[in-house]
Design a protein around this ligand. Sequence first.
Ligand SMILES: [Zn+2]
Length: 330
Amino acid sequence: MSEREYCPICKKEHEVVYLTNVRGAIYKCSNGKHYGISETVLYADNDVEKERRLNVIYNFIERKPFCVKGAYNHYWVFYYDENVMSQVDEEYVNVFPLMQDYPKDVAVRMDRILLNLADDHPMLSETFTQPSYERNFRRLYCESKDIPAEIINIFTMLSDMGYIKAIVPVMSFDDEGAGYGITAKGWERIAQLRQTNEEVDQGFIAMSFAQETNNIKDCFMKAISDAGYKPMNINAKEHNNYIMPEIFYEIKRSKFVVADATFPNCGAYYEAGYALALGKEVIFCCEEKTFNDPDKKPHFDVVQKSMIIWKDEADLITRLKNRITATVNQ
Ligand SMILES: [Zn+2]
């Protein structure tokens, strides 16, 4: 069923298509992009939180416009659930884990905006005008009720920081006003930021760090090394906080995540969910004995992923190594 309705993403009225299996709709915005949004995303505690979730969705779609599955013409459907951390699959995206990486801090936000401007205008010959209420304001993570004022402040701040400057055109054929360009200092900052965000040849290990998991950890490390990657294993002692910036940083830098489901662990499921939301390959492994035990069988959402069910350590190492080689892009 298709109708015209107010769109939370672009804040205009246009065509929406209601979803059939969840409460929500696919919003077909005038920028040509489609946003599948469940009502759970819009039920935020306050307007700022809601706008932040929509910013996350908008920027996700800029990076990855389409999903693998074809149920809704390859449109992603976003939902929000704090209790189902690992449930991000080839078609549905839980916004909750993505929010952990939200640029709430102004300095971080300016960096993120600068990277977005560089991605959108990569050519040195390009100038750009300020986004507006009509266009692309979510690339600036606008979240207030007064978006035009927010945009002006952001551009002033980026200019003050020396990252962009207004370029007066010799001749202007449109009425959009003066263009901006990224400065030499801006490009230096971008290079620096891209380097820190760059993926390295690393596989992140997500698992419980209890004593009894040591053998499995060793197998994971061996399989990852044998496949030509560096295993990244963050020590249990650092797992003292629910949200750990270092863990997010390392997962973001990793090409893939190997997660253990033999010894159920919230942290590991959470890390796997975060990696999936970032579009990383996540490989779950579970010992056959545990997998077949109805009392210990891993969490339902996880079972659906194509899991490696292993018999013994040699079997785990070989199959994990083969899976990494087959599924992780070099
Ligand atoms: Zn729209």
